[in-house]
Design a protein. Structure first.
Length: 321
């Protein structure tokens, strides 16, 4: 095996030892006049300054950085600076931190070998939650979260207004104030684009009608150009107690009507139809009760006086992903 010699300024500092397989001398360091002029093992020469924690990725944060110099070559640990925890050891640039529930925190990467540990710059990273929800009781704009391409939307139109039946004929006359109907309710899965702005318009519930006037239909609710949810029909002031019972064909399964008011002189009033989100307004003498979210206003009845049906409730939209 070959032997190696090391001369500095004409002075021999090493002789007789085999040369390493890579040409490295099998000694740790060489001093010249008290000055370190050569060292086989060294710390990373520069700290990492381009560490980056990528934002707005769905359920993850990708950590990237440039390699650091050093002999032996350093390994890398990723630190959550916010919590102080080491979240990865011996990883390479492009390491992915999975965080399905979403996370915002400060991070850094440490370059480590036997001589030293050098910390990089600190960068804030944000992961987008893989699931979430938001509700719109009033008008607004829904911005599709980054990475989200499918959402589930439940919409509800405004409730119809209740009616009022006036009885001027005394005992034996049959009169009924019909309650309003709930707004249309429907759930759909919609394909969307991340970052898309979608207008949400909530349909207003209808105002209750005065005596012997057909109830007003509630306004429709819309989710951009994707979906429209019709408002509920208004109640009807009827002269036949079997003609209108306040039960409509729209609304959620399992709905119930508001309370029926059995008044004097064979007059009465039915409550409005309930929605998925609110109870129908109760039927009363004089003025019907107002409906809850998306529900119909209650009917009313009066005897030779003035009255009005209850108001329908405003619509609603909820979104989940």
């Amino acid at each position: 095996m070959a032997e190696g010699k090391l001369f500095i300024n004409g002075v021999q500092h090493h002789d007789g030892e085999p040369v390493g397989v890579n040409g490295d001398l099998p000694i740790e360091k060489v001093m010249c006049n008290g000055i370190l002029v050569w060292q086989n093992i060294s710390a990373p020469t520069l700290p990492i300054t381009d560490f980056n924690a990528t934002d707005t990725q769905l359920g993850q944060i990708t950590m990237t950085w440039s390699p650091s110099d050093g002999l032996p070559a350093p390994t890398y640990n990723v630190i959550n600076v916010t919590s102080g925890a080491t979240i990865a050891t011996n990883v390479t640039s492009g390491w992915v931190y999975s965080q399905p529930s979403g996370l915002t925190a400060d991070f850094r990467v440490d370059a480590i070998n036997v001589e030293a540990t050098l910390s990089s710059n600190i960068d804030n990273g944000t992961a987008v939650a893989t699931s979430g929800s938001v509700a719109f009781p009033t008008d607004g704009t829904f911005i599709v979260p980054p990475g989200i391409t499918s959402i589930t939307v439940t919409g509800l139109g405004g409730g119809g207004g209740g009616s009022c039946k006036r009885n001027n004929g005394g005992a034996g006359m049959v009169g009924l104030g019909g309650g309003g109907f709930a707004g249309e309710s429907r759930t759909n899965t919609i394909t969307v684009t991340p970052g898309e702005n979608i207008a949400v318009n909530i349909g207003a519930g209808a105002i209750g009608s005065i005596e012997d006037v057909q109830g007003i239909t509630g306004e429709a609710t819309s989710f951009g150009s994707y979906q429209t949810y019709a408002g509920g029909a208004g109640g009807t002031p009827a002269n036949n107690i079997a003609q209108y019972d306040g039960v409509g064909a729209t609304g959620c399964n399992g709905f119930t009507d508001g309370t029926y008011y059995d008044g004097p002189d064979d007059t009465g009033a039915f409550g409005g139809q309930a929605s998925c989100k609110g109870n129908g307004g109760n039927g009363y003498n004089g003025t019907g009760g107002n409906g809850g979210i998306g529900a119909g206003g209650g009917g009313a009845h009066v005897y030779q006086t003035s009255g009005r049906g209850g108001n329908g409730g405003n619509g609603y939209i909820s979104i989940s992903w």
